[in-house]
Design a protein around this ligand. Structure first.
Ligand SMILES: [Zn+2]
Length: 118
């Protein structure tokens, strides 16, 4: 028999859906932050003029993460900084993980893979 009675399971669904949406929102923000961080460090390392614009976009996304998910922001901030320091490089030193360096090396036919990866 079909009734319009609200069951405990039906009541739980919106909460679960909200949690799923919230998780998707967080994953989306973290993905955008990672991409902007990489772009920002690469462009700064190569002295490109739009590096500060990319960095500003990264700061805006990080502010959104801090506002909506402060515990995640606090947990990950140190790792974010460490990853940026690791990727940062002098303009005249090729970095194997830098997309700009990879493009330059590919065009010039240079192998910039670290020795242990070769
Ligand atoms: Zn580079």
């Amino acid at each position: 028999m079909i009734t319009n009675k609200v069951t405990p399971t039906a009541l739980a669904q919106p909460v679960e859906l909200d949690a799923v949406r919230r998780r998707a929102r967080l994953e989306g923000l973290l993905d955008i932050r990672d991409r902007l961080s990489t772009l920002s460090v690469e462009r700064r390392s190569h002295g490109l003029e739009d590096a500060m614009q990319t960095f500003g976009q990264q700061m805006a996304v990080e502010a959104a993460i801090d506002q909506e998910f402060p515990e995640v922001f606090a947990e990950r901030f140190g790792a974010w900084v460490a990853a940026e320091v690791q990727l940062e490089h002098d303009t005249y030193r090729m970095h194997p993980e830098c997309g700009i360096c990879q493009a330059i090396a590919q065009r010039a036919g240079i192998n910039i893979d670290p020795p242990e990866a070769a």
